[in-house]
Structure formats: structure tokens, C-alpha cells
Design a protein around this ligand. Structure first.
Ligand code: PLP
Length: 420
């Protein structure tokens, strides 16, 4: 992509995001907190509004026209998500509230019923709390043992250490695809192939990859994959679990209630077919439909184009960051053309608290995150209590990066003057 094309893409899509066109603290908003949540395009906002204005009714109870429309739109969204990640069947997509709920679903159904004392679960030290705490809870209940893959010196997943940890005792490997703190892209295909050779199942936390690059669950051969809608242009309150059909079939229900049953007697019940077995109660209908609209929006732009554009932004971001010698950036360096890591940068400045950095940048209208980004164990290993993090999406431009860098340099000057 040439610089001219890149500018055109960013400029074009920015019109689709009303929220980006405002001032914060008297400055144009520069939103660089996309790893926490993305903004929503008009197509998604309109889908939600359209549903409530025209089609709102409960699903799967098609006694009247609105209910049929709502059901068709809700199940249509499932088809869209299934083809977006190339699932072999729509039955392999279960709607959840978010990625955290999807991981808990696997933990409390498959994990609780499969794991035996002494069985091993391999995670990495860079996992999000959502992919740590559920497995701690299940390990406590089952007697399974948690193992953790270390980092390499360059701040990536240590594949050699993984190969040392894995054995025939390993029953599950649950790892993040793209780290929300380090920005590294983990070699999940290789991890999955190795795990399968040992008879272990693999769950991929794809919260930071599904929004940013093409994902093919069949090519990847993962057993489960989870993502959150709100990081991929959809509303909060909707996410999904992908699972291989035979595995989902063998897993017992997670929560009980309406929607997930076939027949209910006073003393027992039979369960609905997949994927409804895992969707107890009235689902987040409007949110799921909006996720379908988000998937359409992203697909129309093209996930390969989004990814290529974000690589260009990554190259530019890191080039600018290298111009600030005081800065320490965590995770791997990108190649010169921005490949090999995600379009985000977690960093520290000596003597400055990350929350002071984000507060000062906010004064300039620049929204970045500070703290542990739900990766406290990782921050302990990095030896810092928190980092500041700028994370980009396809609607960000070089101008956004320039504004961020200028604000960052001003912050350094400001504190430099105070400390002098
Ligand atoms: C955001 C995130 C999660 C958790 O997503 P929720 O929407 O809060 O459930 C898990 N893992 C990673 C890598 C994330 O970025």
C-alpha cells in the first residue's frame, strides 16, 4: 500500500465513526485505546437502532412476524461470524457476553468434567486475566496443575520452553494469539500442532487478532477460539466461542434456563441442539445482530487490507517512538515494514507513573491506556507495576500518531522541567 492509498483508506473510514469527530479538553480527539475497546461505525449503530425500531421481539418463538424477523437476523449474525472465522459449521459458533464468558464456558463444562488430579494445563505468562483466573478456579476444583510458558529476551513467547513443558500429562494449552500488552503475534499454528501431537486440546484467545487480521479456525486447527465483539466494532455485551463440533457436542451445558432445552420435566431436562445448548435465556439479540453488521463492515473493508494498513501504521509508530530515547517499549520490534507485531505499544518513561502519562496526554485530547492492562503477572515479570499503552485500529492515521508523539514529548519536557 502506498502512503497515498493509506491516507485515503483512513480518511474514508473516519467518516463512518461519529465519535471520532469531537474535541476532548479543547483538542481534537485522538483515540488510541483500541486494545481496550474499539469505536463503532454508523453501520453498526444503525443496525442496533433498526432492530429496536422495526424488529424487536424475542427469538426462537416465531409465533408472529416480528419474532420471525428477530430470529432470522439473530441467526443470520451467527452465519456471518461463522464465515468470518471460516468455521466448518454455524453450529460451532456460540454467542456469549464476551471473551471472558466464552473461556469460562469451556473451563466450567469441558475443564471441570475432563480434568483429573495431576493433569496439566499450559498457559503463558503473558495471558490476560480472563485466560488465567478461570483455569485457576478449575485447577483448584479438579487438582489439575498450571504451567506457564516464559518469555524470550525479546519479549515473545518462548517456544522452546513450551516444548519443554508439554508432555502427555498436558490436557489443555490455552494461549493468547496476539498479546494485548506485548503486541507479539504468537505462533499458534505451531503451538496447536505440537499440543495435538501430545493429545492436548488448545484454546486460542483471539481478542486481539480477530479484529485485526484474517482468521481461519480450520487452517489454524484450534479446538476453541474466543473473541469479544466490542473490540471489533460491535457493541459491548456480545462475544463468541468457536468450538469444534464434536467437542461442543460432548460438553455438558454451561448455564440452565430457557432456550437451551429440548424438553423439561420437573425432575430432569433434555437439551437443545447446538449451539442453543450453550445459550440459556434470552440472548443479547440486538448486540448479536450488531456484531453481524460489524463483521459485514470489516469484511467489506477486507481483513487483509486492514492488516496491511495496520502494519504501515506500526512501522510509522515505532519509527517515531525510536526518536524518544528515554522511552522503554515492551515486546518485539517490528520489521522495517511493520510486520511481526501488533499496532500497539506499551511503554514506560523513567521516573514517571503510567497514570500520569495518560492523564497528561488526555489534556491534549489523546486517549491512551495506563496500568496493568489485565496482565498483572506479565507486568510483574517485566518488573513494572504498570505501562502506558497506545493501541491503534484501521481508522487511526499517521496524524494521530504525530499528535500522540508530540503530546508525549511535551509530557517529557514538562516533567523534565519539574525535575530539573
Ligand atoms: C480484552 C481481552 C480479553 C477479555 O475480553 P472481555 O471482553 O473483557 O471479556 C481477553 N484477552 C485479551 C487478549 C484481551 O485483549
Amino acid at each position: 500500500m502506498t502512503i497515498a492509498q493509506e491516507r485515503t483508506l483512513a480518511a474514508k473510514v473516519r467518516q463512518d465513526f461519529p465519535i471520532l469527530h469531537q474535541e476532548v479538553n479543547g483538542k481534537p480527539l485522538v483515540y488510541l485505546d483500541n486494545a481496550a475497546t474499539s469505536q463503532k461505525p454508523l453501520a453498526v449503530l444503525n443496525a442496533l437502532r433498526h432492530y429496536y425500531e422495526r424488529d424487536n421481539a424475542n427469538v426462537h418463538r416465531g409465533a408472529h412476524t416480528l419474532s420471525v424477523r428477530a430470529t432470522e437476523a439473530y441467526e443470520g449474525a451467527r452465519d456471518k461470524v461463522a464465515s468470518f472465522v471460516n468455521a466448518a459449521s454455524r453450529q460451532e459458533i456460540v454467542f456469549t457476553r464476551n471473551a471472558s464468558e466464552a473461556i469460562n464456558l469451556v473451563a466450567y463444562t469441558w475443564g471441570l468434567n475432563t480434568l483429573q488430579p495431576g493433569d496439566e494445563i499450559i498457559l503463558s505468562v503473558m495471558e490476560h486475566h480472563s485466560n488465567i483466573v478461570p483455569w485457576q478456579l478449575i485447577a483448584q476444583k479438579t487438582g489439575a496443575v498450571l504451567k506457564h510458558v516464559n518469555l524470550t529476551e525479546t519479549g515473545e513467547l518462548d517456544l522452546e520452553h513450551f516444548q519443554q513443558l508439554i508432555s502427555d500429562k498436558t490436557k489443555l494449552v490455552s494461549v493468547v494469539h496476539v498479546s494485548n500488552t506485548l503486541g507479539c503475534i504468537n505462533p499458534v499454528e505451531e503451538i496447536i500442532a505440537i499440543a495435538h501431537r501430545h493429545g492436548a486440546k488448545v484454546l486460542i484467545d483471539a481478542c486481539q487478532s480477530v479484529p485485526h487480521m484474517p482468521i481461519d479456525v480450520q487452517a489454524m486447527d484450534c479446538d476453541w477460539l474466543v473473541a469479544s465483539g466490542h473490540k471489533m466494532c460491535a457493541p459491548t455485551g456480545i462475544g463468541f466461542l468457536y468450538g469444534k463440533l464434536d467437542l461442543l457436542m460432548a460438553m455438558p451445558p454451561f448455564m440452565g434456563g430457557g432456550e437451551m432445552i429440548a424438553e423439561v420435566f420437573l425432575d430432569h431436562s433434555t437439551y437443545a441442539e447446538l449451539p442453543h445448548k450453550f445459550e440459556a435465556g434470552t440472548p443479547a439479540i440486538g448486540e448479536a445482530i450488531s456484531l453481524g453488521a460489524a463483521v459485514d463492515y470489516l469484511s467489506n473493508l477486507g481483513m487483509d487490507k486492514i492488516h496491511a494498513y495496520e502494519e504501515e501504521l506500526t512501522a510509522y509508530l515505532f519509527k517515531q517512538l525510536h526518536g524518544i530515547p528515554e522511552l522503554k517499549v515492551y515486546g518485539p520490534q517490528p520489521t522495517e515494514d511493520g510486520k511481526g507485531r501488533a499496532a500497539l505499544a506499551s511503554f514506560t518513561l523513567p521516573g514517571l507513573d503510567s497514570s500520569d502519562i495518560s492523564a497528561l496526554l488526555d489534556q491534549e485530547g489523546v486517549a491512551i491506556r495506563s496500568g496493568h492492562h489485565c496482565t498483572q503477572p506479565l507486568h510483574r515479570i517485566l518488573g513494572v507495576s504498570g505501562t502506558a499503552r497506545a493501541s491503534l485500529y484501521f481508522y487511526n492515521s499517521r496524524e494521530d500518531i504525530d499528535a500522540f508523539i508530540t503530546a508525549l514529548k511535551d509530557t517529557i519536557d514538562f516533567f523534565g522541567n519539574i525535575m530539573d
